[in-house]
Design a protein around this ligand. Structure first.
Ligand code: HEM
Length: 146
């Protein structure tokens, strides 16, 4: 008799995810290479641990040659290795090490630079810390000034 066991989809063992936990690594972007190889090269999936959130206090600690982080538009980059290869020089990066360098970054680059070069240096996101203003109460604005 012919073998009736058709090729059933095989169930591969799945990585175990415990209830209440999320996989830590998330694909956040697909980078399409540019330049002469653009048409022949496959897009590169970029995996970044978005669950890794750094506070500003943590960022500030990485402010020197050999330990150089900075944030651009809410993303934290570890540029320790890249600083020596940065076309704009290491010195200028050291000047903004450990800070939110978004404004200065935009002064010198377009968006495409981040897509092309920076994905491999992403290490997480910057925690947005909103400093609450001292609350004066809603009705205080209607009070007559004496
Ligand atoms: C993830 C962070 C950064 C990456 C990946 C990056 C990458 C680059 C690249 C690829 C260039 C060459 C640009 C070109 O050929 O058109 C460049 C130039 C430059 N970058 Fe950056 N950069 C970063 C951050 C910064 C920051 C924070 C500053 C300033 C505080 C800065 C200042 C400059 C300057 C002054 C130049 C030279 C611009 C020129 O020659 O006209 N960069 N950078």
């Amino acid at each position: 008799m012919a073998d009736t066991a058709q090729s059933q989809p095989q169930h591969q063992p799945q990585p175990e995810v415990k209830a209440g936990t999320e996989p830590q690594t998330i694909v956040t972007a697909i980078v399409q290479p540019e330049g002469p190889d653009a048409e022949t090269t496959e897009p590169i999936p970029v995996e970044v641990d978005l669950n890794q959130v750094y506070t500003f206090d943590e960022l500030v600690l990485h402010n020197k040659d050999g330990d150089l982080w900075l944030a651009i538009d809410g993303t934290v980059y570890d540029l320790t290795k890249f600083s020596g290869e940065h076309p704009g020089g290491k010195k200028i990066l050291l000047g903004v090490a450990g800070t939110d360098a978004s404004k200065k970054y935009r002064k010198y680059h377009g968006d495409n630079i981040l897509k092309r070069y920076a994905y491999e240096y992403k290490i997480g996101t910057l925690k947005i810390e909103v400093k609450e203003k001292e609350s004066k109460g809603f009705f205080s604005r209607f009070k007559k000034k004496k």
